[in-house]
Write a protein that binds this ligand. Structure first.
Ligand SMILES: [Cu+2]
Length: 125
């Protein structure tokens, strides 16, 4: 491939990358993103970042599994009868995402059903 062709290809990728990042910024402008950290099972209240995640009523939280293990984001307390009654991602494979929109103000504790020692909170105002 000639140098010019390589330059053209690189320019196209650069434009696409900028366009994609602007698109993501738009998508995530409303609400919060929570990243499930690598080795989350050992991280306790640092497994979900940020913790707490803060949003306004009507906004959503998007969890992304950044670990190499599967996890969940499940509302409530470990073992509670109403666990998962507000939201439950079910199993999130590595890189999988889960969105939930919060329509009621309050503080929502959540945890991972596979690793109950992982926990976080969403504060909705
Ligand atoms: Cu987990």
């Amino acid at each position: 491939m000639s140098t010019i062709k390589i330059a053209v290809v690189l320019s196209v990728f650069a434009v696409l990358a900028v366009g994609l990042s602007m698109g993501y910024a738009f998508v995530y402008a409303q609400g919060a993103s929570v990243a499930i950290q690598p080795n989350s099972a050992t991280l306790g209240d640092k497994a979900y970042v940020p913790n707490p995640a803060e949003v306004k009523v009507g906004e959503s939280v998007t969890w992304t599994n950044g670990d190499s293990q599967i996890h969940t984001a499940t509302s409530g307390a470990v073992g509670a009868e109403d666990s998962g009654s507000v939201f439950d991602s079910s199993i999130l494979s590595p890189k999988a995402t889960f969105d939930f929109t919060f329509d009621t103000a309050g503080e929502y504790d959540y945890y991972c059903t596979l690793h109950p020692q992982m926990f976080g909170k969403v504060v909705v105002s």
